[in-house]
Design a protein. Structure first.
Length: 303
């Protein structure tokens, strides 16, 4: 896997799906109660039963400034961590794929004005911060307001044996201490046309992001409510989810709207598809293969 950008226009907004790195997670954990003979028809596993996943972020060019949704892993974790999770990410103390991709679009970290975290797991919020030459952890985007649900911050700071491994406080504590974090209560606009919507289940206060470009053109960054196109069928839910039955209802609600209103769906962890449209075949939701990724008009390789 190589760092890349996929770009399109949704109404008045220019969107860039940025691959911030790759990772490998256990296929059984990714598909929960779905038997391996079923999920393996869609994605293959390596000798450690891990499947290839992306860590995709969304950059929106807005009149008020750049809006970035999720930040990938970042560069603060060590070699053992990278081996366990099969991390592919130009970083390890150096420039990350996210930063390289921003540069390829003509932007830098100072140009990002809002960072929206769907939640605070390490592969979604790790790029929030970086380690400077003095060893201090600092905000990666010094001019940005960071946005997350207040309930998610509370959940992340009161972990238990089940949840602790996914949350690393150095991904948000320096931002909170610096006064850059806005803790939200429920659904609301971040800026005009970009709205966070409730999609709990993976964690209780998970949020997805709607980008309404006007004229009926809407995109939805799903986050972990539906991490890949293979998870579109309602019961295909990750074993990682703390409230899987809540995930089921979140997916039911969001995907019904997505099909009815023809949303462009952006998949955070799908290694093959950045985005596509969903359809209902009478039995379940599936990716419309005739539209998957056809909206792409820019594809950048190594950067």
């Amino acid at each position: 896997m190589h760092p890349h950008v996929r770009s399109t226009t949704v109404g008045r907004f220019r969107l860039h799906a940025i691959q911030a790195g790759g990772q490998r997670l256990d296929g059984g954990a990714m598909f929960g109660v779905v038997p391996k003979p079923l999920w393996e028809r869609r994605v293959s596993a390596d000798e450690r039963n891990r499947i290839q996943l992306g860590m995709r972020c969304l950059l929106v060019e807005h009149d008020d400034g750049l809006v970035l949704v999720d930040t990938g892993l970042g560069n603060k974790e060590g070699a053992k961590f990278h081996d366990i999770y099969g991390i592919e990410n130009a970083g390890g103390g150096g420039r990350t794929w996210l930063e390289s991709s921003l540069a390829s679009l003509g932007f830098g970290v100072d140009d990002v004005r809002w960072v929206v975290n769907t939640h605070l797991h390490f592969d979604h919020a790790g790029g929030n911060t970086w380690v400077d030459d003095a060893g201090s952890v600092r905000a990666t985007f010094p001019r940005a307001r960071y946005v997350v649900q207040r309930g998610e911050h509370a959940f992340a700071t009161a972990t238990n044996e089940r949840t602790a491994a996914s949350y690393f406080p150095h991904n948000w504590e320096p931002i909170l201490a610096g006064g850059q974090f806005d803790l939200l209560d429920g659904e609301q606009d971040v800026v005009p046309g970009i709205r966070v919507i409730a999609s709990g289940g993976h964690v209780p206060y998970h949020q997805s992001v709607l980008v309404d470009g006007g004229g009926g053109e809407v995109a939805c960054f799903l986050g972990d409510v539906c991490p890949t196109a293979s998870h579109l069928p309602l019961p295909w839910i990750m074993g990682y989810d703390v409230e899987p039955l809540v995930t089921l209802e979140s997916k039911r609600r969001l995907l019904a709207r997505a099909v009815a209103e023809r949303w462009l769906l952006i998949f955070e962890h799908d290694a093959a598809h950045a985005w596509g449209y969903a359809r209902h075949d009478g039995k379940s939701y599936q990716l419309d293969e005739f539209t998957a990724d056809e909206v792409t008009d820019v594809a950048l390789g190594n950067s």
